[in-house]
Design a protein around this ligand. Sequence first.
Ligand SMILES: NC(=O)c1ccc[n+]([C@@H]2O[C@H](COP(=O)([O-])OP(=O)(O)OC[C@H]3O[C@@H](n4cnc5c(N)ncnc54)[C@H](OP(=O)(O)O)[C@@H]3O)[C@@H](O)[C@H]2O)c1
Length: 331
Amino acid sequence: MQMIPFGTVTDYTVSRMGLGCMSMSGCYGAQDDDECIATIHRAMDLGVNFLDTSYSYGEGHNQTLIGRAIKGRRDQVVIHSKSGAPPPRDENDLNRGAGSEKYLRMICEESLRRLETDCLDILCMSRVDREVPIEESVGTMARMVEEGKTRYIALSEASPESMARAWTVHPIASLQFELSVFSRDPLVYGNHDYAREKGMGFMAYSPLGRGILSGQVHSADDIPEGDTRKTYPRYSAENMAHNAKILAQLEEMAAEKGLSLPCLAIAWVLHQGDDIVPIPSSKCRAHLEDNLKALEVKLTAEDLARIEEICPPGAVAGTRYPERMMVRMNV
Ligand SMILES: NC(=O)c1ccc[n+]([C@@H]2O[C@H](COP(=O)([O-])OP(=O)(O)OC[C@H]3O[C@@H](n4cnc5c(N)ncnc54)[C@H](OP(=O)(O)O)[C@@H]3O)[C@@H](O)[C@H]2O)c1
């Protein structure tokens, strides 16, 4: 397994690819706990030592599942544990901020309990709270470091301005941000550059665009009823008709190179920076193993230019989140 230092703020050395665990808790279709635990074990056996979870995934199921999976092997993994967000107060509640002291303390205690650990490795605030100054939220998390509740603190979907304000209070270990062939924001808006300059680790979440780049989705009908993606603009019937044409060209390119589409898509993320750790999620061992093959893929300048030609920034139809959620991104 290729290992890299996770930035310079932490003393962690992590696998170049992590394992996102969200889909193990019912987010994208049915799952099976035994296969999910076997997938975590297989990942660890293959050298993956970086797991991503959140207080919110599966309303606690995800952290409890990970707690079960790592029993007796706690010291072999770095767990990036996010705060999630409280339920919306009403349908107009666009913030669902996770930055109050009360909320952060509650989720920290509960995450420790579910993961069956004394101290979190990295506690990450999932979204910058638009109602609580970031200095206040980071101040709360900094006190949790002093109290031994977490070793490091991190942010997700934070703008360079928010990160700069956060740094005035405490070192920020890392930034987690959506990054894929279909979602280029952190490269376009300077989030990745800022994180890299500060020595923060960078985690690319949804590197398969929530499955749109998995080869399993070719039309809106491929998303089962009840799946959260049904409400995501990128997956609407109209937008999928457009996006499917891009996917077909990427699939053709992947096939020419003897790769699966997800493998090509993850390789593209890996080629965007040697500090970038993609965290694709999979709830089965076969897909995990396929994804890890991306670590061996060398894309040439011509390959990268071809991907750019097929899917330049802005080519994808539909925003990465529904409008009501977009207001919480890159804040
Ligand atoms: N910070 C944030 O706000 C945030 C938001 C979203 C996600 N995340 C984190 O990022 C992780 C990854 O993102 P994500 O789960 O949204 O999406 P993703 O990794 O982009 O895509 C996951 C989907 O692709 C499928 N898949 C994965 N590998 C495959 C393969 N080799 N062949 C075919 N299908 C494959 C998975 O199905 P199977 O399970 O069947 O393999 C799943 O449906 C999450 O688990 C979570 O930890 C963070």
